[in-house]
Design a protein around this ligand. Sequence first.
Ligand code: PMM
Length: 297
Amino acid sequence: MERQLHTLPGLPEWDRCAVMGILNVTPDSFSDGGSWLDPGWAVEHGLSLVARGADMVDVGGESTRPGARRVPLQEELARVLPVVRGLAREGVLVSIDTMRSEVAEAAVDAGARIVNDVSGGLADDRMARTVARTGVPFVLMHWRGQSHAMDGLADYEDVVADVTTEVERQLDAVVSAGVDPARVIVDPGLGFAKSRADDWALLAALDAWHALGRPLLVGPSRKRFLGELLADPATGVPRPARERDAATAATAVLAAAAGAWAVRVHEVRATADAVRVEAALHAHRPAAGRRPPHRTR
Ligand code: PMM
């Protein structure tokens, strides 16, 4: 199948799956919490993500790990704004990872060029109108509820059909609120109100997402389904989060091969290399219908 290239207004067009580096300015994110709370360190880390191959940096000030509680608005603003400003000033393409319209708006004012809302506009009913007003691309992730409750919400008849239908519904809602559909990126929300089996089923069916006609972002990085896959065979203890990067890069390649627009990862170098390998292979593949003749000896 020919690969669809998506043009998002205001963003570069990559001829391969793009890489979004993760920068969590939080004390408690599940794999990098506490590492980048100082704004100076956070900006340095964002620049190092770019140096290692990130096409954009996703700055978040509120952990969404399972069980996490909300942080006050002022705290979230204080965490992210100096970092967004510092990275934008250095020319980095910054995405703001937030469920709050106030944070989205202030971050765009500070230089962010993408709003990434893990609730896809459901957590804050002013989000869609705010995004429409700012005119920046919007990552709309599948979401069923806040982190403290989401593990109890992973109940699906058919996870692929249910998640895509719910994302379509979220998409209709944000478009009715004024968001330009050409600026929406969709995301299945791996690990958010999903069992491990649900995550695998969604990854196995990424091709189905092309029916939505929107670019696809996938966020497998260091998530539980990988930790459990790589659990210690003797004890059954999941592989620690920071030792899941090779599996993350492998998953990113599979997402790229399924036509994902971007992958969101903590450790950028391996994934940035891996998506380039995938793109080179794709470019050298004979066009559909022109299979090389079968050789016999
Ligand atoms: N996952 C996390 C946070 N933000 N945003 C998008 N669009 N997709 C994701 O899968 C996603 C996200 C949780 O991971 P983290 O706490 O390590 O950032």
